[in-house]
Write a protein that binds this ligand. Structure first.
Ligand SMILES: *Cc1c(COP(=O)(O)O)cnc(C)c1O
Length: 364
């Protein structure tokens, strides 16, 4: 018997391609923008305490509304807990937003290039995708999104993989003229000079999504949240799984959000690492894009091999042979000659820079 046929739009769908998660030790892993430092000890303690309560606790379902996590996010942002939705990572929230606001005849908009998961989530709901080119000068004009025709628009800010952040004033002006829902995907918001977390309380069509994966070093647990304007959270609850966050993730994430000192210190260290990475690559003659995130996009170049997709592939392969993983984005002209390098811990950054120097000098 032939394999059963899926829905036609699913038959045409191609799955998201995550960055490589290598097996075994000895890799310098700078390819998926995980946080380079351990999470807040208070987050780890909270998860441990829950496990210490043992089987009794794991026998029960977790709080369906993730109230402690939402209340911690409410304290952090001064946003009503009732207008915050928790997600199993922010990918879960992006999916819920598309499920609720997009579909056939209700397109999903995105900046090109940005996060390549959006088209996959849109495809799963049979929603068309509208791509708005990244503005060449990096300025979001007030009418940039106004007529694009999307029902829901995903604005990755800071942009991944470019690292550029539109200032909140530009986002606010563009949102004010956009007739649909704008989702500001702030996966990298804490690393930027400014963020849009206040906009959902001012504009009825702006949602801000956050993830603890990048900001709080908890990618392994899966926790994120959406700051919503009035009325949106209630819609998202209709389409989410009743128990979309497990008990461990809820406990650890709430404790992590309450540890503001950890966040301030860890974020400052990542930003310092970003400056070191950018300076080191600049000194090698690589073209480095200014970044407001926890990664930099840089175009490798060396004598006889100017910046190009071939140079990027050569550097990528060389680094991989040294067990250093970075990420390539060959599918877009703005990124095809680049490597996206996550900010590692100081030892990782120095190991990467040493290997990059070897490639640049034609050694090895
Ligand atoms: C990493 C990332 C996410 C997803 O984060 P999770 O919370 O781990 O699902 C969302 N958007 C962008 C732009 C990202 O880079």
């Amino acid at each position: 018997m032939p394999a059963p046929r899926p829905n036609p739009h699913v038959a045409a769908l191609r799955a998201y391609l995550p960055g490589e998660q290598p097996r075994g030790d000895g890799w310098v892993k700078l390819n998926t923008n995980e946080h380079p430092f351990p999470p807040s000890p208070r987050a780890v303690d909270a998860a441990r305490a829950l496990l210490a309560e043992g089987a009794a606790r794991l026998r029960l379902y977790p709080p369906p509304d993730a109230a402690p996590l939402r209340e911690a996010a409410a304290r952090l942002h001064g946003h009503p807990a009732a207008d915050i939705v928790a997600g199993n990572g922010s990918d879960d929230l992006l999916n819920l937003l598309i499920r609720a606001y997009a579909g056939p005849g209700r397109p999903v908009g995105m900046v090109d290039p940005s996060y390549s998961l959006y088209p996959v989530l849109a495809g799963a709901q049979d929603a068309p995708v509208i791509r708005v080119p990244f503005p060449p000068e990096g300025r979001l004009a007030p009418d940039a999104l106004a007529g694009c025709g999307a029902a829901v628009f995903f604005l990755t800010n800071p942009n991944a993989p470019l690292g550029h952040a539109f200032p909140p004033s530009e986002v606010e002006a563009a949102a004010g003229r956009f007739p649909g829902l704008i989702v500001v995907d702030e996966a990298y918001g804490v690393f930027a000079d400014a963020d849009c977390a206040r906009l959902p309380s001012r504009l009825p069509n702006v949602v801000v999504t956050r993830t603890l994966s990048k900001s709080h070093a908890l990618a392994g647990l899966r926790a994120g949240y959406a700051l919503c304007p009035p009325g949106v959270a209630e819609v998202l609850h209709r389409v989410r799984d009743s128990y979309n966050l497990d008990a461990l993730a809820q406990a650890a994430a709430a404790a992590a959000l309450d540890d503001r000192e950890w966040l301030a210190e860890a974020t400052a260290r990542v930003r310092a690492g970003r400056a070191r990475l950018a300076d080191g690559l600049g000194a090698l003659g690589w073209r480095v894009r200014p970044s407001q995130a926890n990664f930099v996009l840089a175009d490798p170049a060396r004598r006889g091999m100017p910046a190009s997709p071939d140079a990027a592939e050569s550097a990528f392969a060389f680094l991989r042979s040294r067990r250093i993983l970075v990420r390539r984005f060959p599918g877009h002209p703005l990124t095809a000659a680049g490597l996206r390098i996550s900010v590692g811990n100081p030892a990782e950054t120095e190991a990467f820079l040493a290997a990059a120097a070897d490639w640049t000098a034609g050694r090895g």
